[in-house]
Design a protein around this ligand. Sequence first.
Ligand SMILES: NC(=O)c1ccc[n+]([C@@H]2O[C@H](COP(=O)([O-])OP(=O)(O)OC[C@H]3O[C@@H](n4cnc5c(N)ncnc54)[C@H](O)[C@@H]3O)[C@@H](O)[C@H]2O)c1
Length: 366
Amino acid sequence: MGGTDGHDAGLPYASVLVTGGAGFIGSHLVDALLALWRAGRAPETLQVRVVDDLSSGNLDNLAGALAARQPDGTPLVELVVQSILGPLETVMEGVEAVFHLAAHVFPARSVDAPCEDARVNVLGTLNVLEAARRAGVRRVVYASTAAVYGDPRELPITEDTPALPLSPYGVSKLAAEQYCRLYSSLYALPVTVLRLFNVYGPRQSPGSAYAGVIPRFVERARRGLPLLIYGDGSQTRDFVHVDDVVQACLLAVQTDHVGTYNIATGHATSVAELAALLAALVAEATGLPPAPVEHGPPRPGDILHSVASTELVSQKLGFHARVTLTQGIRGLLAATLKRKYDHVGGPSVSETHVTLLQSKSADHDG
Ligand SMILES: NC(=O)c1ccc[n+]([C@@H]2O[C@H](COP(=O)([O-])OP(=O)(O)OC[C@H]3O[C@@H](n4cnc5c(N)ncnc54)[C@H](O)[C@@H]3O)[C@@H](O)[C@H]2O)c1
């Protein structure tokens, strides 16, 4: 690993697969892989393949990446539109490293539809691991979640905190983690598991139930609506910027460790503090008066406090979150305003390299 804290290393693999690469985090990861290539820190012949069924991701997230070309005109990124539940032999062909991010990402919805959730998150992950093993993939990084911890009694949450998920989503991600662990020990397929805390940043949909409080606040502030806090706002979260999560993924693909790590900042922010900060930054960006705050009844099942210990990931992977909440929200506001402009002149997806694999047994969730 190069660099003093591990953040400056390059990519040692020439062929990489990103499952869920059309989603919020996955598309930022794809962009970061291309940025490494442009900086000469990835093999010249880099090929990034994305498999995504577009059930919660979208092509706009990948518009720039799909237009990227090698000097000879070869596309750097290939998108395969299919489910991870379908046959993956072709998708996995020649792949050296896999970032597995595709998932059914709706904890609230998972309560009503636990089977659908388990199919994608458990069976889909198993299908990815098995295809990776058969294809001789050298390393897998799995995006898990802090939801595996449920409502822990002690803070900060360490990787040894008992995993007692409160939703079928958390159970399905934990089960998938166990398969990852088993594939590392039983089949010598090294898998690093990253437990992501509350991720935020550009491209996160404000409409999704999983969107979290930041995109919902941004959307309400932009529409001139009061910021709605459920309960008194003293509940805390560990908000980590998507750029930091992408860095963690890149560090994890280069490590020799096969561990499970919290990916977070290690700082707790209350929802009331977040609302005040966001209202001030929206006012700064728009020149409008700060959005007022409204309180609704507490939501049943809401976890009161969440903050991670990042000691292990700092020791083993050299990971430190770098983006402060103020910087991250400023960037998010700038991107939210810029997105409108991008859609006018951005590359057309029909000009890009999209492979449609129609699989008889493909089992789509969209
Ligand atoms: N966003 C967060 O705060 C957060 C927190 C913890 C963990 N995670 C994990 O990070 C990963 C990415 O989440 P995200 O926030 O980018 O969500 P997202 O919904 O934006 O991305 C998920 C992607 O997976 C794709 N997908 C879903 N089912 C699929 C299937 N059957 N086959 C192929 N593709 C499929 C979707 O179309 C989407 O592009 C997930 O594994 C999620 O569990 C996210």
